[in-house]
Design a protein around this ligand. Sequence first.
Ligand code: PGA
Length: 242
Amino acid sequence: MLIAGNWKMNGLASSLAEVKALRQSLEATPAACDVLICPPTTLISRLAPETGPKIAVGAQDCAPKSSGAFTGDIAAEMLADAGASWVIVGHSERRQYHGETDSLIAEKTKAGWRAGLKVIVCVGELEAERVSGKAEDVVGKQLSFLADGATAANMVIAYEPVWAIGTGRIPTMEDIAAMHGFIRKTLAAKFPGEGDNMLIQYGGSVKPDNAAEIFKVKDVGGALVGGASLKAKDFLAIIRAV
Ligand code: PGA
């Protein structure tokens, strides 16, 4: 399993103390899963030397191009240079607030691979889409855009129902199982020999008190954690739930 923390637009130099606390605990008692922290870009190069071998560092987005006149954008190569080994692409907040399309997300995925990064691709339906019974159609369409060349080693899918992000609400375990099963079937058909082994994380209001139940669900390969990744104590409790 992979437990990944997405700090979103949170974190200053003072937040490094949380990472130190996490590192100490994981060095004393190793995690039963891989652990990743995706801080804001400004902290990647400061956090990378603090994490030690037990915690990987990733970015929350990357530009598709490797360099050039793209004011404000950050290339995947720059993230790798700063110490990142992962990048998240297609988070619903990027889709919603920055108008990111499935084809742009595929370009960003390839950019991450070009720079040697592993990529977490986020998918998930809106609440209205779930209510109207279209959740699988929506996620299936998002998955149909996944870039060629994906392997179990270079890509992880994060299933994050948009309505569960930051709301404290989560789907039923049956609904998580059904969607993860659907994603598994789709990946296995699209990437023969690889799709069966790709990790499929669940994301959206994962907390210390619901993590253990979620991790028991078939095909759940860890979690992408927002709010609860900001404090070492909560993030650690989720890691220990594995
Ligand atoms: P949340 O965010 O854990 O705060 O709901 C999850 C995410 O957006 O990845």
